[in-house]
Design a binder for this molecule. Structure first.
Ligand code: CTP
Ligand code: MG
Length: 236
């Protein structure tokens, strides 16, 4: 067995409140299989991913292990209990990393359709020397800042804005230091913590299919993407 060197942390402990009532989001079904299973398969399929650490809902650890037990991949798979916030869940997963891991990616379970090329791109950029790397897309909507009354304060210049996806990649020590320094905060994005430490965060192209399943319409889109993939694979 080759030593684990690149690990992907998959925070999957959220409730999915914006998706509506039901089981935790990562365990809800997408085309007949849990969202988490799609996500773990996608990251484990990328070249050079040696280990996947899933932060599962605290009350669904066994269920999560059961969901993941059937998948075939070469990466080592570990399930830990997630926390109250996403940042907490990532911090708990960091504790489970063996010493020989030197590159860490963090990928939302809620982005199950990320193409493996995006994962490869992020791993490649960190291996090539970046401290921190995020996949991004240009922004299609005009974005405005509003005040407490909802009145527009100003319009941001769209050309310099980017929508941020996952997986986000880091040198392990950089991510660990940022987490240690920001204890108690609730960042929705690991790169944000690292930026707070004055570390330069590089960008690579993301992919439309790496969108996050947040609201009910996103599930409709995800089902459609999978149906298109099956059609182009000549299956189903
Ligand atoms: N997450 C986590 N632990 C938490 C909260 C979120 O591991 N305490 C994970 C989610 O499972 C998800 C990712 O962080 O894969 C991105 O979060 P988000 O899309 O906000 O998911 P939820 O928090 O589940 O959704 P909502 O905010 O609508 O409840
Ligand atoms: Mg959330």
């Amino acid at each position: 067995m080759r030593p684990a060197r690149t690990a992907v942390i998959v925070p999957a402990a959220g409730r999915g409140e914006r998706l509506g009532p039901g089981t935790p989001k990562a365990l809800r079904s997408l085309a007949g299989q849990p969202i988490l299973l799609h996500a773990v398969r996608a990251v484990a399929a990328a070249r050079g991913v040696d280990m996947v650490v899933v932060a599962a809902p605290e009350d669904a650890i066994d269920e999560t292990r059961g969901v993941l037990s059937g998948i075939e991949h070469d990466a080592q798979l570990v399930v830990v209990a997630g926390g109250e916030t996403r940042q907490d869940s990532v911090a708990r997963a960091l504790l489970a990393l063996p010493p020989d891991v030197d590159v860490v990616l963090v990928h939302d379970a809620a982005r199950p359709l990320v193409p493996p090329e995006v994962v490869d791109r992020v791993v490649g950029a960190v291996r090539a020397g970046a401290d921190a790397v995020i996949p991004v897309l240009s922004v299609v909507d005009t974005i405005k800042e509003v005040d407490g009354q909802g009145d527009v304060v100003h319009t941001l210049e769209r050309g310099v804005l980017r929508a941020v996806q996952t997986p986000q990649g880091f040198r392990r020590d950089v991510l660990q230091q940022a987490h240690a320094a920001s204890d108690g905060a609730d960042a929705t994005d690991d790169a944000g913590l690292v930026e707070g430490q004055g570390v330069v965060v590089a960008t690579v192209p993301g992919a439309e299919e790496a969108f996050k399943i947040t609201r009910p319409l996103d599930l409709v889109l995800a089902e459609a993407v999978l149906a298109r993939r099956r059609a182009s694979d000549g299956v189903g």
